[in-house]
Each structure stands twice: as C-alpha cells, then as structure tokens.
Design a protein around this ligand. Sequence first.
Ligand code: RUB
Length: 299
Amino acid sequence: MKSVVVSKRIKSLEIQGARNIAREGLAALAYDAKTTKAKTLSAFKKELKKNSEVLAKARPTEPALRNGLAIVQKVVLVENNVDSAKEAVLEATSQYNKGMQKAKEKIVDVGVKRIKSGMTIFTHCHSSTVTGILLAAKKKKIKFNVINTETRPRYQGRITAKELSNAGIPVTHVVDSAARRLMNDADLVLVGADAVTADGSLVNKIGTSLIALAAHEARTEFACACETYKFDPLTLTGQYEPIENRSTKEVWIKPPKKVKILNPAFDFTPPEYINYIITEEGIITPYEAAHILRERARW
Ligand code: RUB
C-alpha cells in the first residue's frame, strides 16, 4: 500500500514541508485508489477512508493534506460504482495538487515584489514556498542576503542553506538561538506555514514564535508565505490546531533517566506579531483568515 509507505516517509521527514507532504500524500492516495483490488463500492470507500486516516496521522499539524483528504472523501459520496469512484478520486487529487501548484506560483509572483536589492532576509526551517520566492528574486537579479537558522533538532535549515547558496544567494547560517542577536541585521523575516488558524495565528516550525518576538522588538517586518490551502477550517468550528510532539530521541538519544524531554515540532505565532501573509489571493493580514475560511465552507 503506497499510502502506508508514504506516510512512513512523511513521519520520518524524508518528505518534509507542508506542500510536499500534501502533494505526496494525495498522490499516494490516488495511486492506491487506481490500483485497488476492491470489487464493491463499500470496500473501495472503506479502503479509501483507511488510507486517508493513515496519511492524516503521519503529521497531525498538516491541514493542507487534511483538507485535500477531506475533499476526496466528499467527492466519492455521490458515486455509485467502483470505476466512477476511482475516477473521482483521481480527478479530485489531481485538481487539488494543480491548485496548490498554481497557488505557489501566484505567491511567488506577489512575494518577489517584497524583496528589494540590498535587503537581508531572515528565514527559519525549510519552506519550499519561501525558497521559491527567494530563488525567483535571484533570477530577477535582485541582490540580497539571507540569514537562516539551522532549525534544531532536525536541521531542516541546512536544506534551505544548500538550496539558496547553490543558486548563488549569499547565506549566513546560524544556530536558532542567535535569532535575537542578528535581528537588527535583517530587513524582513520570511517564513512558511503549516497551518493558519481562524484567529489568525500562524503554526510553523518550533522557534518561529520566538523569532517573531525578536522581530517585533527590533521593528523588523515579519511575513509568512502560505497558500490558503493551509488555513484550517476545523479551527473555525472551535477545534484547536493539534501540535505534533515528535520522538524525544531527536533531541537527546540517551538522556539521564530523570530528565524529561519534550519535542514539539511546531508553535503558534499570534497575529499581532505578523505584519502580513502572502497568499495566492494577494497580501492579507492574519485577521482575514477567518473570513477566507468562511468562504471555503465547502471544505
Ligand atoms: C517544515 C516547516 C515549513 C512549512 C512550510 O517543517 O515548518 O516552514 O511546512 O513549508 P517540517 P512549505 O520540516 O517539520 O515538515 O512552504 O514547503 O509548505
């Protein structure tokens, strides 16, 4: 079952970042639907539900994937045989992935206008949306520097540093705790998102909220690049965004017996620390998230 294999690759961070997780997760769901041995519609739906649950559980803080999985579950409801249900799954997953790709392209178009020659951009973790904007700015011959954090405990910052520096962008790589020390050197903090909640909070890699605090104190602009696909409709109905706690071994393999380790993967940055969110619908304030979520009530 590809969904099981891909969910393991997502859990281990071999596939990381909200967009990649959503894209690969939905592609696996589509593959399993296409190659199913289910003979009846109810067996097909049961298998689809099980695969969706396996994928959704791989990383609980990923509404971009969850929203896509929910759409797929919904479209099969009206189908009355296995073949048409298969077609519906393939069509819905492909539309969703195409939509996310288009959204990223629009975000890059908008975001690139925020990068000016001479600027220093501070980023955290690895967001393909953020690197997409920075690579596009480089292509436009805009000369800027990047400061990026290593992103403990899994060092996704190294992916960012390699990607940007391979493209010829000057990168200064720092430990996470150097953020406040360097904030006065930055003109803009630009991070990605795993989720945006109905109250306008940003859920992103652990440490993002500390960086936002430092940016706020230094009067450095703090922005997030995020498709509205990552806005979480469950938070509109009162649910809290779940925060994934990862294996403590990522932090310390053999800690002393009495030391308790916690390894939350994400944190909440409140809207008052976010200047704007770059979405495929243009630049919005975080407070507009609830409005956009209400418009997306079909989810
Ligand atoms: C990645 C992370 C990224 C967002 C956005 O965390 O926090 O900033 O997922 O990424 P992890 P993208 O490495 O734990 O998945 O813009 O690529 O969707």
